[in-house]
Design a protein around this ligand. Structure first.
Ligand code: FAD
Ligand code: EGU
Length: 491
């Protein structure tokens, strides 16, 4: 007797919901997608969050898993390097890696539409737009929706999947259950999108295949290219700074001081008009556990782990959630009683890791340490990766160019940090002894006869020590070529 097809209700037809629908339809499930908004494929304008996104390895692998990668990569723009815009207008590229290591700028709406249409191709997929989930009974497998007419629609299914985003209604229902952990943090920064149109020859106004970044410590702007040869720039700033720029003149003065090269790119009039008519949007970091309820419900994507965008991984992580769940359904032969708890056990440490990494990047980028330095350190990473390709894999390379589990990316980086810190410690002690000996010798030889001279010498030596530190840590790494030796060293 052929097993009856499992019937699933997917609440939320965004990027992750539409993707999961493809995976489950491919497995032969009956899939009903309930989406709160109208069908975005029929709408003129779709308001929402970022217009374009950085798609990297994890998201790309998810697309590959349902045969959509080739279709998608026709509609992306490769970004092979960051382009750092200094205050003085100087620009410098920092490559992401080798020539075949690039991330991709993709239009959010285009991706969502393509995923919805791909899901719709499957015979057992039904889509209900303008249906907002209002409640669900996990134990009965029942879900209740309100449609555009205000009617309540109920359905009963084998299990419910919540892919309804950061403010998930499915997660809201889960929060009523005991032993459900939840935390959310709104960061004090907001974001606002600005458009950089094509130039007068209808060409890209800046180098196209780059993720453009204006790092300014407490705030920053980044810009990703679009297929229409425009860029979508996203300004990240504390809300109180956004609010303090409350006249066109203040906006213009601010940009003249902080992002002078962007004024001509955006257009002075467009800049002030857009700024004064837009509101900075919030960014929230949400963690929760478990992601499942028995064998009746599981949440994926932002519904399970909304993260700040400072690693460009939220969507990539959510799409990878689909791969992980699909692989578990394979492993447990579609037995949800085993697959769903295992999904929480496997995925929670990784989602927490990328959430913490993104938050760390946010803090690092805006910290007192010049955010340009934060980005230039990637250059050191690239050099070390060239020298020791198997052993020194930069953190952002593991995150954005491999499917290394997020939590393993962190443990690998901690191992690298130990190496460098150990190298720096040895250098510092050596330099300290050298300085002491040097000063003693200078004193004996009568070369240092006043504090001023002493300070001058100290500053000179400090600079030398810094240089040594950098050099020595490279040397420390050079000296212990392979990992085994490194491991002994830090054991
Ligand atoms: C400024 C910014 C920049 C970003 N940049 C990147 C990037 O470069 N790379 C990257 O990987 N990620 C990025 N992200 C993160 C990315 O946008 C999210 O991680 C991703 O959209 C999550 O997809 P999702 O399907 O889980 O949720 P969503 O995209 O939020 O989709 C949820 C869907 O559920 C629907 N819904 C909500 N409530 C209900 C309900 N009650 N009933 C029915 N339907 C409902 C919504 O209408 C929506 O269609 C960025 C985010 C921001 C804010
Ligand atoms: C549409 O809105 C947004 C908003 C933020 C981002 C993106 C799209 C895409 N983002 C990516 N970040 C990385 C990364 O690994 N790191 C460490 C970086 C982190 C920051 Cl904050 C940064 F500015 C550059 C890099 C960098 O390395 O280029 C990628 Cl790789 S892609 C951030």
């Amino acid at each position: 007797m052929p097993e009856t097809k499992k019937h699933v209700a997917i609440c939320g037809g965004g990027l992750v919901g539409a993707m999961m629908a493809c995976y489950l339809a491919k497995r032969g499930y009956k899939v009903d997608i309930y989406e709160m908004r109208p069908d975005i494929r029929l709408m003129d304008v779709v308001r929402g969050r970022s217009i374009n996104l950085a798609l990297s390895c994890r998201g790309r692998e998810a697309l590959k898993g349902v045969g959509l990668e080739a279709e998608i990569v026709k509609n992306v723009i490769p970004m092979r390097a960051r382009m750092i815009h200094d205050l003085n207008g100087k620009r410098r590229p920092i490559p992401y890696g080798t020539k075949d290591q690039y991330i991709m700028s993709i239009d959010r709406r285009n991706l969502n539409e393509l995923l919805l249409s791909a899901a719709e191709e499957y015979p057992d997929v039904r889509m209900f737009f303008s249906h907002k989930l209002i409640s669900c009974d996990f134990h009965k497998g029942e879900a209740e929706f309100r449609n555009e007419k205000g009617d309540n629609i109920r359905t009963q299914v084998d299990f419910i999947i919540g892919t309804d985003g950061a403010f998930s209604a499915v997660r809201q229902q889960m929060m009523k259950l005991k032993l459900f952990d939840y935390q959310q943090v709104y960061i004090p920064h907001g974001y606002m999108e600005l458009n950089i149109p094509p130039n007068n020859n209808n060409e890209f106004a800046m180098e196209a295949n780059y993720l453009h970044i204006w790092p300014r410590n407490e705030f920053m702007m980044i810009a990703l290219p679009n297929l229409d040869r425009s860029f979508t720039a996203t300004l990240f700033m504390p809300f109180d700074m956004f609010e303090s720029l409350d006249t066109e003149e203040k906006v213009m003065d601010f940009f003249k001081e902080k992002f002078p090269d962007s004024i001509e790119l955006i257009g002075a009039e467009e800049l002030t008009k857009t700024y004064m008519s837009s509101k900075a949007l919030p960014m929230v970091s949400i963690k929760c556990k478990p992601y499942h309820v028995g064998n009746k419900c599981v949440i994926l994507g932002d519904a399970a782990h909304a993260i700040v965008p400072f690693y460009g991984q939220g969507m990539n992580c959510g799409l990878e959630d689909c791969i992980v769940l699909n692989e578990l359904l394979d492993s447990y032969n579609d037995d949800l009683t085993q697959a769903l708890p295992e999904y929480t056990r496997m995925r929670h440490p990784d989602a927490t890791a990328i959430s913490d990494l993104a938050m760390y990047n946010y803090i690092e980028m805006r910290s007192h340490v010049n955010s340009t330095m934060f980005l230039l350190r990637k250059q050191l990473d690239n050099i070390l990766h060239k020298l020791f390709p198997q052993t020194w894999v930069p953190l952002y390379t593991m995150v954005s160019f491999t499917r290394t589990r997020y939590h393993e990316c962190i443990s690998h980086r901690q191992w690298q940090d130990k190496i460098v810190n150990r190298g720096i410690t040895i250098t510092t002690i050596g330099a300290g002894l050298g300085v002491a000996f040097g000063l003693y010798w200078l004193h004996k030889s009568g070369a240092v006869n006043s504090i001023g001279n002493l300070m001058k010498s100290a500053r000179l030596i400090e600079g030398l020590a810094d240089w040594l530190k950098a050099g020595k840590s490279l040397e420390a790494i050079e000296a212990t070529k392979d990992r085994k030796k490194w491991r002994t060293m830090i054991a």
